[in-house]
Write a protein that binds this ligand. Structure first.
Ligand code: GDP
Ligand code: MG
Length: 799
């Protein structure tokens, strides 16, 4: 029977994991090993994926993947390996000479995703790194420093990993960090509410034989659940000191670092080097490879020989490469192959890696059986209760839609009040400048360039803050993981991941933080696809353009046109994702194994802190890109100066270059640029002013409307003062209006799709780690925009 055959509520015992490579490995690390009981808790509203319970946590699997797990429906099963409690080998740990003999200790935080590493890092170092009840928030290492107990601590927060093999980029990253930087003491952060799985990584660290302390985090949750854990005995059993901590309140953090100091000074009593016993047969193989490695002496001593031996048996690609440094590598690998073959005969229907994993899990449950007493009551019942509604077939989507609607409502409705205040302030400021500054270019610069440009954009700050407050709240509470769970099937059709959904939704606010939110997607190819299609989500900066154009040309079909534009963005995103998946990223490396963390009520402090972090980014963008761009657009439009020094840039812009009577000498630089590029844009129905506005939108799309404002200001022949009227008015030269309904539509489509704004391109480059993706984004999006706008315009000519 397959795991996917299990009905909600049913349990079964795992017999075997089919499939191979990364999927298999990940499943085993997550605790899907022979003899375990798994339970189908519920399925997503579209039947896929399914939420399973294994050990003490919940995980979401796609049906296709659950189909690769063979189970028997027997509910009561005895894990044959459970009894194999580890035999500790005596003797103190071999002392590692501290890397720096001075009063400095280098500490690395290592642990599963979502176990509270970053929270702990923040309380310890006073930093403000982003945390979230969502795995994969930290992607690279963050360093912090502080003094404690007479030492200076350099601590590093590493990405979350389930193990230390070379399958996912995070695992490789962490392992490379350990070998390259060789921290003095490792702090292994474990989630106390989910010990069994978290200790798997610990067993690998024990194999590595490095000085280590365990931070038993989420100790508050463990206590609240009524679980009793004799952590001191546990620590003695595994030879690693265990210190309970609650990162949320900072409890236990001082003791943790006191213990780190004792381990560093080699005065901690409970430190011993143990071998996690892998059973007679495996141990025999490990021993013979271990001996060969020790005799060799050519392999860089980055890891303990035991660890290398185990990883060789698991066929870890990077470790194999490391062994190839030795002139005897052929002999060692031959020995390894012989041992694998021998083990294959002993364990005919399991591969070595999964035997090792089962043994490790056996060791863990043995250790926990002796030290942990769980309360009878089901501690996670609140989570189950909430999930029964939030992810149910009937209510899942309605609840989800209601939450999304609420967020957008709050963003725009509640946000509109502070927005009015800021608008009032900006126009007051403009008035002050108008009244008190002497006439001249400087006044024009301040009034039109700076206040006009930046002021028009800063009004969105409240909306952004509210949007991010809501998003932080969803992230910290654990709902975000459920949203990804519900949407996974839909996203899978696009060749991406349920987790991609959140960044895409965030894109409707602003693409920059949305692209940064894509970090949570473990699979590299899914992550890059999500990043590349994000600019097609129509961000709020494009909204004013639609409002203007639709108000002018489609007042009777406003909603329809609005919806079609947003939809068009989504369709282009879907098509792009499918094309990328089909032709560029042919395989998705990391399977969809997503943890569904228990719900946690976020602290207001954390949510406000996240909100502010985003707000700060936005303000920086104001002060940076948008300020500079506004000044540049203004200057290009202002210079070269005309005869009448006093004429405003708006008046200059109005002097149509085609009309030699009015403007005998020069175009502004902006006009020259617009006219030079315009032939390219003519098939899309663009007049040069439209082209100029679009180009001006490259630094930030907000600038498109303000540029149109500058380009169509103050013509005395048109009494109407509204911009929407002015862009409809016939040009004094040609006698025809610059925009028709068709070209207005083409213009909106072009603005929707073309080259992402500068900040977004920077984000794409930074988050993908390669400038090539930034170039792709600019070129591809512009070409797509041109084709779409051209088609829209040409079709409109038929009517
Ligand atoms: P990381 O992925 O390991 O860096 O984990 P984070 O630091 O981002 O924390 C994950 C979640 O657990 C966040 O929602 C934290 O607020 C929460 N958290 C962290 N430490 C504790 C703790 O000691 N107790 C409780 N109750 N929650 C915690
Ligand atoms: Mg983190």
């Amino acid at each position: 029977m397959k795991l996917s055959d299990l009905k909600p509520g049913q349990s079964a015992t795992i017999v075997k994991i089919l499939g191979h490579g990364a999927f298999r490995k990940r499943m085993i690390e997550m605790g899907f090993v022979k003899g375990r009981t798994v339970k189908n808790l519920l399925q997503a509203p579209l039947n896929d994926p399914v939420k399973y319970q294994i050990m003490d946590y919940e995980v979401s699997l796609r049906r296709s993947e659950a189909g690769l797990v063979e189970v028997t429906a027997a509910s009561a099963s005895v894990d044959s390996r459970d009894g194999a409690s580890g035999q500790a080998k005596g003797g103190r740990a071999e002392t590692h000479a501290p890397a720096q003999p001075g009063h400095e200790i280098n500490v690395a935080f290592i642990g599963n995703p979502n176990c509270g590493k970053t929270s702990l890092f923040n309380v310890a170092s006073g930093a403000r790194e982003h945390t979230g009840n969502y795995s994969g928030v930290t992607v690279d290492a963050k360093a912090g420093h502080f003094n404690h107990g007479g030492y200076r601590f350099n601590i590093v927060d590493l990405p979350g990993t389930y193990s230390l093999t070379s399958y996912s980029p995070e695992e490789l990253y962490v392992r490379r960090y350990l070998s390259d930087s060789c921290p003095d003491v490792i702090v292994n952060v474990v989630d106390g509410s989910n010990l069994e799985r978290n200790l798997y990584l610990t067993t690998e660290l024990i194999d590595m034989d490095r000085p280590m302390v365990i931070a038993l985090n989420m100790y508050d949750e463990l206590q609240n659940a009524g679980t009793q854990l004799d952590y001191a005995t546990l620590g003695e059993m595994i030879g690693v000191p265990v210190v309970p901590t609650t990162a949320r309140t900072g409890q236990g953090v001082d003791e943790l670092f006191d213990t780190v100091i004792r381990v560093f000074e080699d005065s901690e009593e409970s430190v011993r080097h143990i071998h996690v016993n892998l059973g007679q047969e495996i141990e025999r193989s490990v021993r013979s490879i271990n001996d060969a490695l020790k005799a060799d002496g050519h392999i860089p001593p980055l890891f303990s020989p035991r660890y290398i031996a185990i990883k060789l048996l698991e066929k870890d690609a990077e470790i194999c490469r490391m062994v190839e440094n030795s002139p005897h590598h052929e002999a060692i690998l031959a020995l390894r192959d012989a041992e694998i073959e021998r083990l294959g005969r002993v364990f005919p229907d399991e591969d070595v890696a999964s035997v090792i994993a089962s043994e490790k899990y056996g060791f863990i449950s043995g250790a926990l059986r002796e030290t942990m007493v769980k309360a009878k009551s089901d501690a996670s019942s609140t989570t189950h209760l909430i999930d029964a509604v939030v992810t149910s077939r009937l209510f899942g989507f309605p609840v989800f839609l209601a939450i999304m609607t609420f967020i957008f409502w709050a963003t725009f409705q509640i946000g509109s009040y502070p927005m009015e205040w800021i608008e009032g302030f900006v126009s007051w400021l403009g008035g002050v400048v108008g009244d008190y500054m002497p006439e001249g270019p400087l006044k024009d610069l301040v009034a039109d360039g700076i206040i006009g440009g930046v002021g028009g954009v800063i009004v969105f700050l409240p909306n952004i803050l509210i949007l991010y407050f809501c998003i932080s709240f969803m992230e910290d509470s654990g709902y975000m993981a459920r949203a990804a769970f519900i949407m996974d099937k839909v996203m899978h059709r696009m060749g991406i991941h349920g987790k991609s959904f959140i960044p895409l939704v965030m894109g409707f606010g602003c693409n920059v933080p949305a692209i940064m939110a894509s970090r949570a997607i473990e699979s590299r190819s899914s992550r890059i696809i999500t990043i590349l299609i994000n600019p097609f989500m129509s961000c709020s900066a494009r909204l004013p353009i639609y409002v203007l154009m639709i108000g002018a040309f489609f007042p009777t079909h406003a909603t329809l046109v609005f919806m079609s534009l947003y939809l068009m963005g989504i369709v282009v995103a879907v098509v792009t994702a499918r094309l990328l998946r089909r032709f560029y990223f042919k395989v998705d490396e990391t399977p969809f194994v997503m943890e569904l963390p228990p719900y946690r009520i976020p602290t207001l402090k954390a949510s406000l802190r996240h909100m502010w972090a985003k707000g700060e980014q936005y303000l920086r963008k104001m002060g940076g890109v948008i300020l500079v761009a506004s000044i540049v657009v203004w200057a290009l439009n202002y210079f070269p100066l005309h005869d009448q020094q006093s004429s405003t840039p708006a008046e200059q812009a109005l002097l149509d270059p085609d009309d030699s009577r009015i403007n005998p000498e020069k175009d502004s630089y902006l006009e020259m640029m617009g006219k030079a590029v315009n032939p390219v844009m003519e098939p899309c129905g663009f007049h040069w002013r439209a082209t100029v506005a679009a180009i001006a939108g490259v630094p930030a799309k907000e600038i498109v409307v303000s540029s149109l404002g500058v380009l169509y200001t103050g013509d005395e022949t048109i009494p109407e003062s509204k911009l929407s009227e002015r862009i409809k008015a016939p040009s004094p030269v040609t006698g025809k209006p610059d925009f028709t309904a068709g070209s207005a539509l083409a213009f909106m489509v072009f603005i929707l799709l073309f080259c992402p704004c500068l900040a977004t391109v920077v984000a794409v480059v930074r988050e993908t780690g390669h400038w090539g993706y930034g170039v792709f984004s600019v070129v591809y999006n512009t070409v797509v925009a041109w084709i779409a706008a051209m088609m829209v315009y040409q079709v409109s000519l038929w009517f």
